[in-house]
Design a protein around this ligand. Structure first.
Ligand code: NAI
Length: 268
């Protein structure tokens, strides 16, 4: 059901890979709520071809951009403003990748080239996106930029490996850039810290099923789905949350504040 929460708003959505992606659901809901959007992903991801299905459904153009490439990002924002007919109101950064995780390299054995690459793609990229938007003055006042995080940024989840460090940096960039962009143009920047979710990035983490089931049993409301995460993103892009910035917002059914649950105790 649409509430027209994003009527007349324009946005850029990074990170829809397939229909399981959180960004995929956000794109669908943003359009249902009245927004016009541009979709973007890395050239490698676009080769899979699935994004075209979403683009058709959302009547959106696709602009390729590797989020670690400043030239790509500049072209992305310039073209998006052209296509959408002006500055954007919201940006979703829904991107994560760790080469050490992908190659099953334990945290303590980190390969530093991999670590660099992973931090760049998963965290520094938010700085790159914000800096590009700032320089082009590409975001309207009261615009909303969101990135997706995970609680391993703040508490230890050993198998989350160096993605934990990437998410800690992502949350820090959110606060730091959020301060400057708030002062400069009243643009707000937040992260949503989501429950484990069955997507390509999620299931790449070792022991994901265990993570997922444990979190589900710990959370009083159970795990939050990708669909529910998309709903939260829409509310954060809307004018109903105008004074929220520089926050890490838990969207996890209560997991983050639960010490232990009866279900977890009963398992032992
Ligand atoms: P996903 O695998 O569908 O999305 C990750 C996206 O990152 C893909 O579209 C991929 O193409 C994109 N990407 C990777 N390298 C890129 C690059 N160089 N340039 C541009 N894009 C690039 O998985 P999901 O779960 O939808 O991930 C979205 C976000 O949600 C990520 O930040 C992830 O860490 C976060 N998150 C996911 C959770 C989960 O359990 N799935 C839990 C909490 C947060």
């Amino acid at each position: 059901m649409s509430h027209n929460l994003l009527a007349g708003k324009k946005g850029i959505i990074f990170g829809a890979l397939n229909e399981k992606s959180i960004a995929w659901k956000v794109a669908q809901k943003a359009v249902q709520e009245g927004a016009t959007i541009v979709l973007t992903n890395s050239p490698t991801a676009l080769r899979m071809g699935e994004l075209e299905i979403l683009a058709k459904e959302c009547n959106a153009e696709i602009i390729p951009a590797d989020v670690t490439n400043m030239d790509d990002l500049k072209i992305l924002f310039e073209k998006s403003m052209n296509i959408l007919g002006g500055k954007v109101d919201f940006v979703l950064h829904s991107i994560g990748m760790s080469l050490n995780v992908r190659k099953n390299i334990p945290y303590v054995d980190a390969n530093y080239d991999n670590l660099h690459k992973g931090l760049d793609i998963s965290a520094m990229s938010l700085h790159r996106v914000l800096q590009t938007a700032w320089k082009l003055d590409a975001i309207n006042e009261w615009g909303s930029v969101l990135a997706l995080s995970y609680i391993a940024a703040q508490r230890v989840f050993p198998d989350y490996n160096d993605m934990a460090d990437a998410k800690a940096l992502l949350e820090s960039v959110t606060r730091s850039f959020g301060y400057h962009y708030g002062k400069h143009r009243k643009v707000r920047v937040n992260t949503i810290s989501q429950s484990p979710t069955y997507t390509k990035a999620g299931t790449g983490v070792k022991g994901f099923d265990g993570f997922y089931n444990f979190a589900d049993k710990m959370s009083p409301l159970g795990n939050a789905s990708a669909d529910q995460c998309a709903d939260y993103c829409i509310s954060m892009f809307s004018d109903l949350t105008k004074m929220v910035t520089m926050q890490n917002l838990f969207h996890d059914g209560g997991f983050s504040f639960t010490g232990v649950s009866q279900e977890v105790l009963d398992d032992n």
